[in-house]
Write a protein that binds this ligand. Sequence first.
Ligand SMILES: NC(=O)c1ccc[n+]([C@@H]2O[C@H](COP(=O)([O-])OP(=O)(O)OC[C@H]3O[C@@H](n4cnc5c(N)ncnc54)[C@H](O)[C@@H]3O)[C@@H](O)[C@H]2O)c1
Length: 312
Amino acid sequence: MVEKLVDRGASVVVLDDLQRGHRASISASVPFYQGRVGDQQLVQSICDEHEIQSCIHFAALAYVGESVTHPELYFANNIAQGLALLDTLVAAGVRRFVFSSTCATYGEPTKIPIDEQHLQRPTNPYGWSKLIMEKILQAYDDAFGLKSVSLRYFNAAGATTRVGEHHEPETHLIPNVLSVALGKKPYVSVFGNQYSTPDGTAIRDYIHIADLCHAHLLALEYLQNGGASESLNLGTGRGHSVNEVITTARRVTGREIKVRVEPPRPGDPSRLVADARKARATLGWNPQYTELEAIIQSAWEWRRAHPEGYEE
Ligand SMILES: NC(=O)c1ccc[n+]([C@@H]2O[C@H](COP(=O)([O-])OP(=O)(O)OC[C@H]3O[C@@H](n4cnc5c(N)ncnc54)[C@H](O)[C@@H]3O)[C@@H](O)[C@H]2O)c1
């Protein structure tokens, strides 16, 4: 996102406490503050110093499993800190906000593809923390005129030449598959192969980070042009099974990728595929990476150039 904004000539300031992030992922020339979004003094001083007009709020804890065992961390970090951030921004006169929401706010889908009207009933505290933030944003629009776009991402994937995916621990499928291709892990775990899908493995909608970030740019422009608050799905509208991802990764990397079938994870739906027509219509968004192969290729190129991820 920072890369894209800088390319556009926007002035950007980054705030991250680096509890899960990497300083090296942000260009050294971009003003960077290490701190929490809930630190009101710090956020206030950043707003004053940089005359902040808009905020794109990515900061969150984002592991579903961890949110089940440690809900307190998710409610404190994602909701309490998010709320403190909003209060500071509103007091500083900021009225445009783009929020990283998630398809996890829908919970178990009752129909596929999932559109924005689908019932939101999360199945874990992570999903709840994001849904509650969406509700807070609606109330802050009513009360304070804070205009926001909540972008409900499906599965973010892929890399640019500069930035790629590096989480500790890594729970995302594509980086894990590529770790096996690189010989960093012996096998990739496939959680469940008896789903009611054509090959029995779970189906997800993989959206390239360049397309995802482009939608954020368009969402900012939409708000700058006076757009009303919205919630929009971001996905390609195409689902790919875990087996398809692995087969495609074998083709892209030319490496054998060993798999181990494990029991399905509780609360993992069989299919999550976006109906993203509303984002296309509202923002004029048109994702460029429509082929899984190109998404995996981009991630593979980054991983080969950074086999240890961000080295810090
Ligand atoms: N990756 C996906 O597939 C996906 C899907 C749906 C939604 N999302 C959402 O997108 C956002 C980014 O996800 P990601 O995969 O890049 O996660 P990430 O963990 O790589 O990035 C989150 C960043 O936020 C920082 N952070 C967390 N809490 C903070 C706080 N209180 N103050 C300051 N910094 C804080 C972390 O240090 C990290 O750098 C998250 O909000 C996540 O919930 C991601």
